[in-house]
Design a protein around this ligand. Structure first.
Ligand code: MTE
Length: 326
């Protein structure tokens, strides 16, 4: 019950900046010509970067932009980069939407990614070695948060199937569990909130992880992915609610046991393992029938599997008895 009261999307109205107000304020500031000015100020006072800036000490920064894969088309305009990089969920840095500035403190190098569990041979791989070994491409994907806001963004990265191939799991492995950094890597302020089951962890079946749509992002808008969006390595599964898209990964653990995921551990009645998008299955406390497009004030009907059913619906054949959609 204590934990329930701490959940970000249950924030008291007075503690939250509703998205509409947040963006109206940005629009107002932009109209007044103040947003670039403020960004400039932040550049001076924060950490030498604005929300979408590229760090010069990133050895793989020169790889971007990468070639777009034309297979994945959108049914809506791309979200404004400034919106997608300043309205975020990243509880390690706080339970509000404006964590982008705090996230700039996250050190990205050295960054080691561990592959372990049911694999031929556990390994620790340096992030730049991993990125250089992967076939980078750009994909335009829709993204739908469980909170009913949505965006459409150009991710750069590689198919997760390539990463699974690289990890060499044993044939007995059934799940891959992905974890974000913990306090040993960087003591982000949210990690001091002990009631959360850190580290943030998510899981997919091997079939889901090797589906054509499952993607590991290393870039966004033709540049290395910003820290607040999950640098240097982040899962993107566009047919599932946003909370499955775990950020800043340090570990891929292969197992034959279904893991308990971060939000599932907090409240399994509200956030399940599968978390596939379905407009007809409401969240226990709100409807999922439609979604607000970030930064536009527009609303669109939500589509089952976020409109990606042709790629993923078959993954769930025979699992109809399971709670696939919340
Ligand atoms: N990953 C970590 N490590 N920590 C988080 O708090 N939030 C999730 C997901 N991945 C989260 C995370 C949620 S609830 C959402 S909606 C998306 O990240 C938001 O991604 P974005 O900030 O890039 O839009």
């Amino acid at each position: 019950m204590l934990i329930r009261s701490r959940r970000g999307w249950e924030m008291a109205e007075r503690d939250a900046t509703p998205e509409g107000v947040f963006h109206d304020r940005r629009r107002l500031l932009r109209g007044m010509g103040m947003l670039p000015l403020m960004a400039g100020t932040l550049t001076l006072t924060a950490c030498g970067e604005d929300a979408a800036a590229v760090s010069s000490d990133d050895p793989t920064a020169g790889l971007y932009p990468v070639q777009r894969n034309p297979t994945f088309e959108l049914d809506r305009a791309l979200t404004d980069e400034a919106e997608a990089t300043t309205y975020n969920n990243y509880y390690e840095f706080g339970s509000h939407k404006t964590i982008w500035r705090a996230a700039q403190e996250l050190p990205l190098r050295p960054w080691t990614v561990r592959f372990d569990g049911m694999v031929e041979k556990p390994m620790d791989v340096d992030i730049d070695t991993l990125i250089k070994a992967m076939p980078l491409e750009e994909r335009l994907y829709r993204f739908r948060c469980v909170e009913a806001w949505a965006m459409a963004v150009p991710w750069s990265g590689f198919p997760m199937a390539k990463l699974v191939e690289y990890a060499k799991p044993l044939s007995s492995a059934r799940y891959v569990v992905m974890s974000t950094f913990g306090a040993d890597h960087y003591p982000a302020p949210g990690l001091r909130q002990r009631w959360y089951p850190w580290p943030y962890q998510e899981g997919l079946t091997i079939q889901e992880a090797t589906n054509e749509l499952a993607f590991i992002a290393t870039g966004l808008y033709g540049k290395p992915i910003p820290k607040q969006n999950g640098a240097p390595l982040r899962l993107v599964v566009p047919w599932k609610y946003g909370f499955k898209n775990v950020k800043s990964l340090v570990r891929f653990h292969f197992t034959d046991k279904r893991p308990t995921t971060f939000w599932e551990a907090i409240d399994s009645n509200e956030y399940g393992f599968w978390a596939n998008i379905n407009p007809e299955v409401p969240h226990p406390r709100w409807s999922q029938a439609s979604e607000r497009l970030l930064g536009t004030g527009e609303t669109m009907p939500t589509r089952i599997y976020n409109g990606y059913g042709e790629y993923v619906a078959d993954l769930y054949k025979g699992l109809e008895g399971e709670r696939l959609f919340t």
